[in-house]
Design a protein around this ligand. Sequence first.
Ligand code: BES
Ligand code: MN
Ligand code: ZN
Length: 485
Amino acid sequence: MKFRAARPSEVSGIDVIVVPLFDDKVLPKGLPRATRAIVERMADEVGSARLYTVHTHFGEKAGRVVLVGAGKRKEYEPVRARGFASAAVKSLWCSNARTVAFFAESEGIGIERAAQATVEGVHFAMWRPETHRSRPEERRLPKLDTVTLLIDGDVRRAITRGEVAGRAVNTARRLANEPANKMTPTMFAAEARELARAAGIECEVLDRKKCEALGMHSFLSVAQGSHQPPQLVVMRYKGRGGKGYDLAFVGKGITFDSGGISLKPALDMHQMKADMTGAASVVAAIAAVGELRPRINVIAIAPCTENLPGGGATKPGDVFTSMSGKTVEVINTDAEGRLVLIDGITFAQREGAKRVIDVATLTGAIAVALGPVFTGLFGRPDEFVEVVRHTGKEAGDRLWAMPLTDEYRDAVRSDIADITNSAGRDGGAIKAAAFLDAAVESGTEWAHLDIAGTDWSDKDRSESPKGPQGPAVRTLIALAERFAV
Ligand code: BES
Ligand code: MN
Ligand code: ZN
């Protein structure tokens, strides 16, 4: 798929023109004269319908105009631009259209944000979850090969960012969507290596022995009950040279979470194939950073393992020493995400990371608190959390800041060890964050994104089909650009 920008007067030979229709029914300037009259009449009839197709002629070529409801002009935002582009592309599913031109409205948001959002929206609509259907026609995507943005100005960098971010989100979706038997820790590590190779960045995978030597007994305790070997994926991007890392991404990589000995109920357990969405998000994001090449050093760490109740599995009450030296009492083997994350967070700091962002499908409690719309945001200091929130919002993720104070830190103290991995159901998402906090050294800026409510959607959305959503990827990419020197 190729993207380019052009003035309306410069385009010809287009199969479909997509036009946003705002509440004021004012059509964009530059619509081909031959079609303007028809579209104007149609616009009157569209009313509140979200999508309307008009067959017409663009000069010499027969084609279509797709009118897409864009809501109130005053409320226009990048998220609308994205949804608008996705909706239009979805309407082309069964057509032979290969060339599409978008009137990417930039009023109020600027041409760069309009261009990037439109390109992202096109990508989001070009991903489908049916990767294991045996009939090829059931795995088909639209045949689009050229997308023209009808924007007057230089938006080449914005287009590149939209393409890189759009592809990264789709990569995270693809990895999360795979069933656990086709996305074991070893297979995930192979995917990470391939992403790193394509982006021209470093990738190293630490096996059980190397993790043992580093003292990652908290991470390894989760792997004990499985026949699949654990893998710690480390990816490094050095865009400014020099020592240390300005930013670390740590992603929870549980390729299947059965709960372990604290076994989950059967209902919806299959959903736990996506418990490596945090890992998928961080490897996709750092590969995207490698493609965009900002002047910053970034490290991504994904501790990957299954959580199964095999004969060697951790028993409730077992105690382990984490890489930080802090001891952990495992009260509930289903609270395994925090066990793998603390060792990832410690590893990041030993590598010289000054800022750490972790991404994890950590708690059912965050889904109870915020539902499927907002990702829970925790961390310290508050100023850093605010930067992450703001950057994430601009980038297209929805983050909501949650409290994290000493009362919650006290709640995760263990009777016999330093910290306990389960401290009661109330405030569950905050207590999970308080557990991670124990691995964050003073002087490290840290944010934790609990995506357990937002990683998966049970219904189709304007930006995405139902299934994996690829949350936090755009936030991570935007943070790397923001902290670049
Ligand atoms: N992976 C789950 C959290 C989860 C639940 C993600 C639903 C997506 C959808 C996590 O490992 C877990 O099991 N958390 C427990 C923690 C509890 C035992 C303290 C939970 O939320 O119930
Ligand atoms: Mn669990
Ligand atoms: Zn889990």
